[in-house]
Design a protein. Sequence first.
Length: 281
Amino acid sequence: MSMGLGNHQPLSRTDPRLSDLVSALSGELSGPRPAPPPSPGTEPTPAEFRTVRREALHWSNTPAGRRRRPAEGKRLQVTSTAVRTRIRVADFLVQTVGMEFFCYHRDRSGSLALRHELLEGHWSYMDQYVKELIARGPTLTSDGEAPTGSVHIIDLPDPDAARRFAFDEPGYQAGVYRDVLLRRWRNVLGRTMWDFPGGRTDGNRYLVLGLGSGQAADLAVPQNGDELIAYGPLLSDDGTTWLGTAVLVRAPDPETARAVLTADRYAEIEVHRWQFGGRPS
C-alpha cells in the first residue's frame, strides 16, 4: 500500500536538478552550513548533499516544520520565502533525493570464532563507508556477552549500491551470517547515532524491529522520543510501500523498548540487545 510519499522517482547526485536545488536551498536552511554551494549544473559534493538533506529532515520534524507543511494534494499558500524553501526541501528532497538503508546481518550458529577472526577485515571494509553510516553496531545475546548479528544503517545512492554494501562485506563472503535483512529506510530523526545525547554506553540499548504490511504505522516520532538513537520506516526499493519499522533505542528493559512500536500494527516485533559499534576508540 502506498504511504502517500508521492510518485517522484529518486534522483541521483549527478542529476542537474539536484545541483540547482542544493544551490538554491543551502542558504535558506538553519544550522551548520555546507561548503559553498556548487554552480548550477555541477554535481554537489557528498558533504553538501548530506548537510542539506540532514537539515531538511531536521526542520521537517520540528513543530514549525510540521505546522507549516500543507495537507497532501494542497497547493502551498506561504508568503515567506524561507518557510516556502524549507517546505520545498522537506517535501521534495526527503522524498526523492538519496536513499537510506537498514541492513541487518544475522549470525549463523557456530560462527563466533570466524567472526572474531574477520573482525579487522570487517572494520577495514566499513572504513570505506565512514561518511555514509548513520548507525552501526552488533546485536547481542540477552546477557550482552556474545554477538548475534550486525546492524548498519547507511546512506547510499540506490538499491544496487546497498546490495553491494551488504553482500561484499567480508563476514558475509566468508559465511559468518545465516541471512541478511536489507530494506530501504527513512531517517525520521534526521541525525546519526553519534548525535545521540545519551552517548555510547550509558544504559541498555536495543534494536526493535517491527515487520508488517498494509497500512503504514508509527511514521511520526513518538512523543517521548528522547531515548531514540535511530528511528524510521522500512520501505520497498522504490520507497512507496511500508514494510515495517526499525528503531534503535535506549531503554531499561526489552519490554519498554518494544513499547516504542504499536504492537497490533505488526505481524511480528523483534527486540534485540544492541550496542554502539565501530573500532574501539
